[in-house]
Design a protein around this ligand. Structure first.
Ligand code: SF4
Length: 362
């Protein structure tokens, strides 16, 4: 990860066999949207997320019945850490810890009496289970909302520090913190305050961001600008879409900023113009489907799909391989140098063959 050294130095929080913060990779998270009690569906979705490259998965645990799913998940062959999302009920938190959950997300200020917070803290401490405090602009504490009059960045940050203080009071510092808002600017500013004033790892996300169009744009603006500032240790790109899409989006976002080091195929494509004589839009969609499951064995491979031979090879000179379209045909180029002509219908198979060779090159 070439920009890792530019990141804010945070504490290291261990979750199962992964680490959040310090020098570890920025982890990509998502959340299941199945009924947690339907453990077959939940496990199937976790497996799909894991297969897509998810590092940490969160499930909602709204009642004690849902806790049973945790042991079923433990029996299934799932490698990634599982986080329980809990609101208010300390008993559910205790049961999740007993069931072997890897991390819980709960806001201690919502638990109620201090003795209940203390019990949750002792249970998490005894099993070395971290807690994520997750402040959300839509559910700020009344006293903070009254003080600021609106869920401003300062109000969001104050809420996070309020919850942190309730855990620290009982000597607990195995904490990850997140401050989310559907207002991108507030989310950015609040996280900057948090990043300055504590050294806990930070989970980034824009909440209620929208579908896989507006959600992607809002998340890229919010998460992306903080990552560029060196802030953020784990991310979730929230989308009103299949959670697997959140993982692909997270990878693309990290990759575009030089923070993704597991290897990927990055596709560069031109916007098309009057010179384009090939159906580049359909080609790009089919190509993305064709490469979605390829394991690059840690390599970063850049592929260019360009509309014309006049500018294509030159503009995509930094790519490992690429094609530039003509009428019913294309030229294959490597690092900007034209290699040979190929027929339009051979483009995808030729690129896949070239990618395979690059992956297996020593
Ligand atoms: S590469 Fe060619 S087709 Fe694509 S935008 Fe540039 S000039 Fe147009």
């Amino acid at each position: 990860m070439k920009y890792n050294e530019l990141r804010r130095k945070s504490k290291c929080v261990k979750i199962k066999d992964r680490e959040i913060g310090a020098n570890s990779d920025i982890l990509i998270q998502s959340m299941t949207n199945t009924d947690t009690q339907d453990y077959m569906a939940t496990i199937a979705q976790i497996k799909a997320l894991e297969h897509a490259g998810c590092d940490i998965v969160r499930i909602t645990v709204p009642n004690l019945e849902s806790v049973k799913t945790i042991s079923k998940i433990k029996e299934a062959d799932i490698k990634i850490p599982v986080v329980a999302d809990i609101h208010f009920d300390y008993k559910i938190a205790l049961e999740c810890v007993r069931a072997g959950i890897d991390k819980i997300r709960i806001n201690p200020g919502n638990i109620g009496d201090e003795w209940k917070i203390k019990e949750v803290v002792s249970a998490c401490k005894s099993q070395q289970i971290p807690i994520r405090i997750g402040v959300n602009g839509g559910s700020l504490e009344k006293h903070i909302l009254q003080k600021y009059g609106a869920p401003t960045a300062e109000a969001l940050a104050e809420s996070a520090f309020y919850h942190i203080s309730l855990l620290e009071k009982f000597g607990f510092d195995n904490i990850v913190v997140s401050v989310k808002s559907s207002d991108v600017r507030n989310m950015i500013l609040a996280n900057r305050i948090i990043a300055k004033q504590c050294d806990y790892p930070i989970h980034l996300g824009v909440t209620e961001a929208g579908d896989d169009y507006s959600g992607l744009i809002k998340s890229s603006a919010g998460i992306g600008s903080l990552l560029c500032d060196g802030i953020g240790d784990t991310i979730r790109v929230s989308l009103t879409a299949d959670p697997v899409k959140e993982i692909y989006a997270g990878k693309e976002l990290l990759s575009s900023l030089g923070f993704f080091n597991k290897g990927s195929i990055r596709v560069v494509s031109c916007p098309t113009c009057g010179r384009t004589k090939i159906d580049l839009i359909s080609l790009s969609n089919s190509f993305k489907d064709a490469i979605s499951d390829i394991d690059t064995k840690g390599k970063e491979i850049k592929v260019a799909l360009m509309g014309c031979v006049v500018n294509g090879p030159g503009e995509a000179r930094e790519c490992d391989i690429g094609i530039a379209g003509g009428k019913g045909e294309a030229v294959l180029f490597k690092k900007g140098e034209i290699i040979r002509k190929i027929k339009e219908e051979e483009i995808i198979s030729t690129l896949l063959m070239e990618i395979n060779q690059l992956i297996n090159e020593i």
